[in-house]
Structures are given as structure tokens and as C-alpha cells.
Design a protein around this ligand. Structure first.
Ligand code: ACO
Length: 158
């Protein structure tokens, strides 16, 4: 199914006490322990249409100037239709409205498609954390035929 231009997604903040959609969150971050370590301190938004949740974005305040996108995820049948871009663009506007100066996002070196998407929106690579996924995840993670080892950190100035 494709979204039509007349299908207007809503960018909706989830209440702190809401039951978070873990099936979406775990698509982006396979460790529930790590998700639970940041989700309750974060500002969480979903992309909805007709009361159905199609995607989620999680913004953790790192300091007064910075949000980190800890998690972004779109339901698999609805990926590549602009929902991820919609979530990031709305997160950027929310950060600007909250006087933040930058947003960072980090992902595995093997997530080439995601890294391309973030760079298209304007994020730039600022750091590589060697062996992050080897040292922080109990199970090996494979993506695009490669084992995820290093973490790439990207940033956008607002
Ligand atoms: N038709 C065809 N292609 C389109 C359309 C369209 N109407 N709209 C956008 N696209 C293209 C974009 O140009 C982009 O192209 P690219 O492949 O060259 O980068 C691509 O589709 C993706 O853009 P979006 O559609 O905006 O992104 P999507 O809705 O697929 O969301 C996301 C991206 C969140 C990464 C999604 O693929 C996903 O949920 N993946 C699994 C979870 C994941 O990996 N999350 C990120 C982990 S890192 C972290 O969370 C910090």
C-alpha cells in the first residue's frame, strides 16, 4: 500500500505513561534493555493516519542544546514512502521550537541505507565508535551481509 498525497500524516507526541509500541522500537534497536534505558527520559512522537501508528521517533535530550534521535522506525510495509523523512523533518522543527542547536543520530556502519537517508536530510558524520556493537550487544547483529561492529555518529546543526 502507498500513501497518497491526500493522506495527511499527523506527528503526535506520545504521553509518558503510554504503552510504547515495542514492535516498532525493536526494529531500530534490538535490545529492549537499551530501549528501556532511554525511552522514559525521551520525547516520543509517532506518525499516525486514521488512528494507525506507522512510525516512531524518540528524542533524548542530551544537554540544553542537543537532542539525540535514539530510535526511528517505520512499519516495514510502509517504508520508502517518505514516513521516515517526515518523522525527522518534524523532529527537527520540534528541536528548533525547543531552542536546541543540534541533533545527533547514531547507527551501525552496516546501515548504509539509513546513513544515506540521514545525509540526504543534512546530517554529517562526526565520529566513528569502534567496536560499539561488539561491546554493547549480547548477540551479533548482521545487516546487508556484514556484521555490525562500529557505530557511526551523525549530527545536524539547527
Ligand atoms: N517512493 C519511493 N521512494 C521514496 C519515497 C516514495 N514516495 N519517499 C521517499 N523515498 C525514498 C527516499 O528518497 C529514501 O531513499 P534512499 O533509499 O535513497 O535513502 C528512502 O525512500 C527512505 O526514505 P523514507 O521513505 O523517508 O524513509 P522510511 O520511511 O523508509 O524510514 C527508516 C527510514 C526509519 C530507516 C526505515 O527504513 C526503518 O524503519 N528501518 C528499520 C529500522 C531502522 O533501521 N531504523 C534506524 C536505526 S538507527 C536509529 O534508530 C537511531
Amino acid at each position: 500500500m502507498m500513501f497518497k498525497s491526500s493522506d495527511t500524516l499527523q506527528f503526535v507526541r506520545l504521553n509518558k505513561c503510554a504503552c510504547f509500541p515495542y514492535e516498532l522500537l525493536l526494529l531500530a534497536d534490538p535490545s529492549k534493555i537499551l530501549v528501556d534505558a532511554y525511552i522514559h527520559q525521551s520525547d516520543v512522537f509517532v506518525a499516525t493516519y486514521n488512528d494507525t501508528v506507522y512510525g516512531i521517533i524518540v528524542l533524548l535530550p542530551l544537554d540544553v542544546e542537543t537532542f539525540e534521535i535514539k530510535n526511528i522506525s517505520v512499519q516495514p510495509p510502509f517504508q520508502k514512502q517518505g514516513i521516515g523523512t517526515f518523522l525527522i523533518r518534524n523532529a527537527i522543527q520540534y528541536a528548533i521550537d525547543n531552542k536546541k542547536k543540534k541533533i545527533i543520530i547514531a547507527t551501525a556502519y552496516t546501515s548504509t541505507h539509513q546513513i544515506n537517508l540521514y545525509q540526504k536530510i543534512g546530517f554529517k558524520i562526526i565520529a566513528i565508535k569502534k567496536d560499539f556493537f561488539l561491546n554493547n550487544y549480547p548477540e551479533p547483529i548482521y545487516e546487508n551481509g556484514m556484521q555490525a561492529k562500529d557505530k557511526i555518529v551523525l549530527s545536524i546543526q539547527l
